[in-house]
Design a protein around this ligand. Structure first.
Ligand SMILES: [Zn+2]
Length: 404
């Protein structure tokens, strides 16, 4: 990420009255402006709604440049109503397919697809902006079988369709912190070493550089190589004898690397037993990480996640996929799901008790819990984001200084 020289001095408003319009989440986009990309630096003024449109225009007082508050988001330059776009994306995030969503809102399926593509691009940047330097105690890696369909109903025979489906069968690769439920990485691909490498690489990218969590996977053997690649180092073995050649250095796992495989025994479609086979590290060390969470909880949630992804990502859940989408469409739905899950969906197991009961409107019982999303549990944000807020968030071009 390119970060320019130190930011220019902040501009403090000299007028006594507090500014009514909050520009604190915006930044100047002008590449020639010294204030470009710095969020909440005091250089922006709200300038009303040009030609009565829904969006405010912002003025950068440093470069005298004007831009709309939607610049760089999905809404920029769209004639469709904000509500419509937000609802369409929400429907996709909740797992209705592209065709279904198009029917509900009476929009052309290609328009829905176009919005999905743009939203996914924006949400990837959003994720990248928030997910970095994360500290977790464990990471669970899993692959979930996905069936892709590039086949439009009726265009090919059923047999042919099934045959194509088989060939396109892919896996959804997921990396999650079981404590915060944060989805660290999600991807799509075949069940290969290259994909395992890619997933572990994505995880390593979002974790703090010195964070070496306990990794848990299923029995897929390529994970071992992938983890060793990313969490290994050269070790020079000591000489056995005073003379003779120096032994060759060896690539070994970092001493702090913990990796266990979760071996599940399933009988009549019921999970009867879960065992951990320690691959790197010691059983004691692995148990020390797992003990506070409990084995059963641990495996229950990954099964639960598989179910949730099936429900929320239309193409994974059903054989009948929609419209052209092969791989790209599904990848975009997964990008949408990752952010929706992390930032917008409060997780029942994460809710926190309120210090005191809050009365609710009407006759309902008092509110006792504060909803909590995975991103909140992981300390990345302090509130539940609405999908509208996420979609309206202008992702700054570089990480912003914290607490200044
Ligand atoms: Zn400017």
């Amino acid at each position: 990420m390119y970060m320019p020289c130190p930011p220019p001095p902040r501009i403090v408003s000299t007028r006594g009255r507090r500014r009514q319009v909050d520009t604190a989440t915006h930044f100047c986009p002008n590449p020639d402006c010294a204030y470009r990309g710095w969020v909440g630096w005091g250089n922006l003024r709200a300038n009303g709604h040009p030609s009565g449109g829904p969006w405010r225009q912002l003025l950068c007082i440093a470069c005298r440049g004007y831009f709309l508050e939607t610049l760089g988001t999905l809404f920029h330059g769209k004639h469709a109503s904000v509500d419509l776009i937000v609802h369409v994306i929400a429907c996709l995030a909740e797992g209705l397919g592209i065709r279904g969503t198009a029917r509900v809102f009476e929009v052309d399926p290609n328009t829905v697809l176009q919005w999905l593509v743009e939203a996914a691009e924006q949400l990837r940047a959003f994720s990248q902006h928030f997910l970095h330097g994360i500290r977790v105690r464990q990471v669970q890696l899993d692959e979930l079988f996905a069936l892709l369909s590039a086949v439009k109903a009726g265009e090919v025979s059923e047999a042919e369709a099934i045959e194509r489906l088989e060939r396109m069968s892919q896996w959804v690769w997921v990396a999650m912190d079981p404590e915060s439920k944060l989805l660290l990485a999600i991807d799509l691909g075949h069940r290969t070493l290259a994909m395992a490498q890619h997933l572990v690489h994505s995880v390593a990218q979002v974790l703090a550089p010195d964070c070496a969590p306990l990794f848990l996977t299923d029995g897929f053997r390529e994970y071992m190589t992938a983890l060793l690649t990313h969490y290994g180092h050269w070790v020079q073995p000591p000489r056995q004898q005073a003379q003779g050649p120096i032994p060759r250095p060896r690539w070994l796992p970092l001493p702090q690397l913990l990796y266990a495989q979760v071996v599940k025994t399933v009988r009549r479609r019921h999970l009867v037993r879960v065992r951990h086979c320690v691959v790197f590290g010691t059983l004691e060390a692995v148990n020390a990480v797992l003990a506070p969470l409990g084995y059963q909880i641990n495996t229950a949630f990954i099964e639960r996640l598989n179910l949730t992804i099936r429900q929320h990502v239309a193409a994974v859940g059903r054989r009948v996929s929609t419209l052209c989408k092969g791989e790209e469409g599904l990848r975009q739905q997964l990008a949408l799901y990752q952010t929706y899950h992390n930032f917008c969906l409060p997780h029942a197991s994460l809710r926190q008790p309120l210090p005191q009961l809050l009365p609710t409107n009407g006759s309902g019982s008092a509110k006792q819990w504060r909803p909590c999303t995975p991103a909140m549990a992981a300390g990345l944000t302090d509130r539940v984001w609405s999908l509208r807020e996420v979609l309206l968030y202008r992702v700054p071009p570089w990480p912003q200084p914290v607490g200044v």
